[in-house]
Design a protein. Structure first.
Length: 618
């Protein structure tokens, strides 16, 4: 039975109750393995009966440890450092340690004193992005050991080290922007004493050596939103068409000021940051950034600190390479044209972006993820595609989609199955991008068609060529599919028992609008659907726009809808399966002429086609 008392139970009372010495109680509570099991049982029984809670202060004195570590950061308002703190705190707590935090407020002169004082209150230190000079840092590391340093190179042995390759981050952002046609870029620099800032400058120097035609300007700002806000006017005055900020906070500050002075992002100035803090994706527009594993860095910092506390050498240092997260704050240079920006390609013709090319990774798995042309418009701005409409969520702008490839669906959504009707099947595959290259007006892509078991069925080489002409533009989509490990059978709902549903191939889903549709076979859906004609045209009289879809080779039957919705594409398995032997290949194509004028009938299309082909070469 527990004693009734208003005062905390002491170790002496536990010893008396158990009939052992206080030293024995201490050894049991501290887990000493050599204590007689009978004594352990007596002490544990006394602890339970007295409801005794050991004093953490007393236990720390016995152990020579406080079970506390200290984290020193230059600015705790920065979500980058908050992420490190979260990862460190969670990992340390699992081993019974608490974390004290000190913020030096970007004041270099006090860093060393704050670090040494924090060390007196804990068993070890984690220094994140210290700004102090090298010699002072090395002295602190020796005097305050054990220490783990994040984002700073240190020389003393026995120090845990973690770093982010900020040179690579800055270099990759430069490549991203030059891919959009930018040749005058400004870097909005961080604190002068920041080692991470020096790494960024190093990466940008490597970038400009690889691109001697790019002019890189540098201005000094800082690391906060306020610093970015204050630097924004200078950024505009440089005349640059793109800017790379020291971090996301600086970028968000710049963006706020640009909004006030009427500078559009990215139409007039592309803007990118580094660290990919949570606020980046919620900015307006969402901010392009380089993602850094903040919480993982904190977790790894604890693992190295734990090794040091246990008397072991720390695990080898880690060097994290950030990954680009391309969002809407970066886009084509106002003076560039053609396919731009390998990370998120867009097609710019003159002053208009007429198409975006998405990699499809954000597409839900039941919609058969695949790259697709999105937000296609005429040069006058008429919307010509829709993605994920409520009637058919698996329709993705312009894409290559096939309902049945050896039993795997690359079409998405519901599929007709013989004997069962239209059902949601569990066999959706995906088209995985393996390589992407841009050459002026031509986009080259290599894809693997991966089935629902994870096996690559087909390898595709895709080429999308474009051309501009007065009053319109044109594209040519060509895909070369090759069977890799087995023979391939391409099917469609029609080949599986649903007459007329021969869809599968390069498919264009138009934006909802009022349109006239005609072809050499006629101008009704019954006449056009299934007709193997060289072309089919969609005319939008109210928009003064016409899209002519055409096939240059022996034409396939057209799968066409314009009563229920607007969409069309050549069908590769119209009413019977198409087969490829192992190692065999299939070539598919679809061309389009987009005119900023309405055409009245088939005769008008026939009259302009020769001239359009001659002017574009497509």
């Amino acid at each position: 039975m527990a004693l009734t008392t208003s005062r905390p139970i002491t170790m002496a009372q536990v010893a008396r109750h158990a009939g052992v010495s206080q030293a024995s109680v201490s050894r049991v509570l501290n887990g000493v393995s050599t204590v007689d099991p009978a004594i352990v049982a007596k002490v544990n029984r006394a602890v339970a009966e007295l409801d005794y809670s050991p004093s953490e202060t007393a236990r720390s004195l016995v152990r020579g440890r406080s079970q506390t570590i200290a984290l020193i950061v230059p600015d705790l308002e920065n979500p980058m450092f908050q992420g490190v703190l979260k990862g460190l705190t969670v990992a340390a707590a699992r081993d019974g340690y608490r974390v004290l935090v000190a913020d030096t407020a970007e004041t270099v002169d006090v860093e060393a004193d704050v670090a040494l004082e924090a060390r007196t209150k804990g068993d070890a230190l984690v220094l994140v992005s210290p700004r102090m000079p090298d010699a002072e840092l090395e002295d602190i590391v020796r005097r305050a050991a054990p220490v783990v340093v994040v984002n700073r190179a240190v020389l003393p042995s026995g120090t845990g080290q973690l770093a982010v390759d900020y040179a690579a981050a800055a270099r990759e952002l430069g490549e991203h922007l030059v891919g959009f046609g930018h040749t005058r870029i400004v870097y909005i620099g961080g604190p002068a004493g920041s080692y991470a800032n020096q790494l960024r400058l190093q990466g940008l120097a490597e970038f400009t050596r690889a691109h001697p035609d790019v002019e890189l300007l540098t201005i000094t700002a800082g690391s906060s939103m306020e610093a970015g806000y204050d630097a924004a006017d200078t950024v505009v005055e440089t005349g640059a068409t793109a800017a790379i900020a020291f971090n996301d906070l600086v970028a968000l500050g710049v963006m706020s000021r640009l909004r006030e002075v009427g500078v559009a992002v990215p139409d007039q100035l592309s803007l990118a940051g580094i660290d990919d803090i949570p606020q980046a994706r919620f900015a307006a527009p969402p901010l392009t950034s380089m993602a850094v594993p903040r919480t993982e860095i904190g977790r790894q910092a604890w693992l190295r600190l734990r090794d040091l506390l246990d008397g072991h050498d720390p695990a080898s240092g880690l060097f994290y390479r950030p990954t680009i997260i391309a969002r809407d704050s970066t886009g084509p240079s106002p003076v560039a044209s053609g396919w731009l920006g390998p990370a998120r390609p867009v097609l710019r013709l003159g002053s208009t972006v007429v198409a975006h090319y998405q990699d499809g990774t954000a597409v839900d798995s039941v919609l058969s993820p695949r790259p697709y042309l999105d937000a296609v418009v005429s040069r006058a701005g008429t919307p010509l595609t829709t993605t994920g409409p409520t009637d058919h969520p698996h329709h993705l702008g312009v894409s290559l989609a096939i309902a049945d490839v050896n039993g795997t669906s690359y079409w998405g959504g519901r599929t007709f199955v013989r004997g069962e009707g239209s059902i949601m099947v569990p066999n959706h595959g995906r088209q995985r991008r393996d390589d992407l290259r841009i050459d002026d007006h031509t986009l080259h892509e290599r894809l693997s068609w991966v089935d629902h078991h994870g096996t690559t069925q087909l390898v595709e080489v895709r080429e999308i060529r474009t051309a501009a002409f007065e009053g319109g533009w044109a594209l040519s989509w060509r895909s070369h599919l090759k069977a890799t490990l087995d023979a391939i059978t391409f099917g469609s709902p029609a080949s599986n028992g649903r007459p007329g549903a021969g869809y599968g191939g390069i498919f264009w889903r138009f934006a909802p609008d009022i349109a006239r549709v005609f072809s050499p076979a006629g101008d009704t859906e019954k006449a056009v659907h299934g007709a193997a004609t060289p072309w089919v045209a969609f005319a939008f009289p109210e928009r003064e726009t016409t899209v002519i879809l055409h096939q240059a080779r022996e034409p396939l039957p057209w799968f066409v809808r314009f009563a229920e919705y607007l969409g069309a594409g050549p069908a590769i398995a119209w009413d019977s399966p198409r087969r490829l032997p192992e190692g065999g290949s299939l070539d598919l194509e679809l061309g389009a002429f987009v005119l900023d004028r309405p055409l009245a009938d088939a005769a008008a299309v026939e009259a302009v086609l020769p001239d359009l082909r001659a002017r574009t070469g497509l």
